[in-house]
Design a protein around this ligand. Structure first.
Ligand code: ADP
Length: 433
């Protein structure tokens, strides 16, 4: 072969190696499992630097101890045993690579005093020649990658360079996979805590309801039977108990914040029915505050929506309860259903305290209340609107508030997709999104 063609074939083989390294780098970085990355790294090392096998030794961030995470054996028992043996940082080739942050080449490990031969016997693999490089992320060394027993010839500069590139790519891929694993674990812990909280709330609200029922029963009895001051005391007990029942109700409804569409019992519901039912739910409360509660006739007949009647009713009742609560006595509250292209709007308008512009979207966040919690005059936990929003959004609708300013009232609008009775598929579509 002429010198020229020898050069050409060298260039060709180099460019093939580089291409292969790009492919390997992409493969390593697209993997999210630590085991998959280690297997790919071992295979890539053998392929790129033509060696018999490879090892990956990582340093524990906390204990600073070195441990094998991948090694030249497929024997599961052996590798498990070896993973548990710490490699001395000061008396091993891996330790030297990590401490000095540079490559180590040895063509005869028996002559290298740093070689920690105990692992060879545990492995059943005789390491005679070795090329080890640090695994770095920027300037931080997280471990060492060692190629062992070169097949033919000795380790060259090219081998070292290629292995260093590979080790850096793998270090980043491993760190990413570790971060993702930590994130997944944290997520799992959070879900467990969340479940614990949900179970606690469900049990606590159920347990609170029973004694409250007894209190309310006796208080009503006393109120009816007693005269004068005693009757007033009974009324005070009853009112406080009612307030407490509302709070428990809010606690129970907390689960609706995470409502899923499969939990909906979808049917075609006339929007006016929801308005009428919600209105009658709150009428006595509105009367006690001297409000005028009016359900205005809608401009078109039979405005149908696809939805879960009970849950839509709950959402609208929450809005009405607020309108009653945040409107000074003898106010006016109006409910109206409006037809829109492809949508039906249910609107609640009051002439109460109004809402500052900057709070119009925040009030839909759980526990957000415009008034400071310590000084507020109105009861409630700040959940009603968040629950209403969750219910409406799971119906693929929207909910928003408008207010011209303080003491100028508020308007709450629920927008739901219009049901088309002539399109029976629409009913199913809502749960399929
Ligand atoms: P809660 O009523 O228990 O405080 P909500 O989530 O139902 O919780 O409402 C959140 C906040 O939004 C209320 O605390 C109040 O500040 C404000 N808000 C809701 N509805 C009205 C309304 N109709 N007028 C004025 N403010 C309102």
């Amino acid at each position: 072969m002429s010198t020229n063609s020898v050069e050409q074939s060298k260039v060709k083989s180099r460019s093939e190696t580089l291409n292969r390294m790009v492919e390997i780098s992409l493969l390593l970085n697209s993997s999210l499992s630590i085991d998959a990355i280690l297997t790919q790294l071992m295979d890539a090392t053998v392929e790129i630097v033509h060696c018999e096998s490879a090892s990956v030794i990582l340093m524990d961030e906390n204990t600073q101890q070195l441990h094998f995470v991948a090694m030249p054996t497929t024997d599961a028992e052996r590798s498990q045993k070896l993973k548990r043996i710490p490699i001395p940082l000061e008396k091993s080739i891996a330790g030297a690579i990590i401490l000095e942050n540079k490559a180590v080449v040895t063509n005869d490990t028996s002559q290298d005093p740093r070689h920690y031969s105990q692992t060879d016997s545990a492995l059943g693999f005789k390491t005679s020649s070795l090329l080890g490089v640090p695994m770095r992320i920027k300037n931080r060394v997280i471990g060492a990658l060692e190629a062992v027993n070169k097949i033919g010839g000795e380790w060259g500069e090219k081998d070292q360079h290629d292995l260093e590139v590979l080790a850096s790519q793998a270090a980043i891929a491993l760190e990413n996979a570790q971060l993702i694993r930590k994130l997944r674990n944290a997520n799992e812990e959070l879900s467990q805590l969340d479940k614990l909280k949900t179970d606690f709330i469900a049990i606590a609200s159920h347990e609170l309801r029973t004694p409250l029922g007894v209190i309310m029963g006796y208080a009503s009895f006393l109120k009816a039977e007693a005269q004068g001051e005693l009757s007033d005391h009974a009324t005070a007990v009853l009112n406080s108990a009612l307030r407490m029942r509302n709070l428990i109700e809010d606690m129970t409804n907390l689960r609706f914040l995470k409502l899923k569409d499969i939990e909906l019992a979808i049917e075609e519901v006339p929007a006016d029915d929801i308005a009428q039912l919600a209105g009658s739910d709150v009428v006595s409360m509105a009367e006690t505050r001297g409000h005028s509660l009016r359900i205005l006739p809608s401009d078109s007949e039979n405005l149908l929506v696809n939805g879960d009647r009970a849950k839509l009713l709950m959402a609208l009742t929450n809005i009405l309860n607020n309108a009653i609560k945040f409107t000074p006595e003898r106010g006016t509250i109006k409910i109206r259903c409006i037809e829109r292209p492809n949508e039906v709007w249910i609107q609640v308008k009051d002439n109460g305290v109004g809402i500052p512009q900057e709070d119009l979207t925040k009030i839909f966040e759980p526990f957000y209340q415009v008034e400071d919690h310590m000084t507020r005059r109105h009861g409630g936990m700040g959940l009603g609107l968040a629950i209403a929003k969750a219910v409406i959004e799971v119906h693929h609708g929207r909910i928003w508030a408008e207010s011209p300013g303080p003491n100028q009232g508020s308007v709450f609008t629920i927008s739901l997709p219009k049901a088309h009775p002539e399109d029976p598929e629409a009913l199913k579509r809502i749960t399929r999104h």
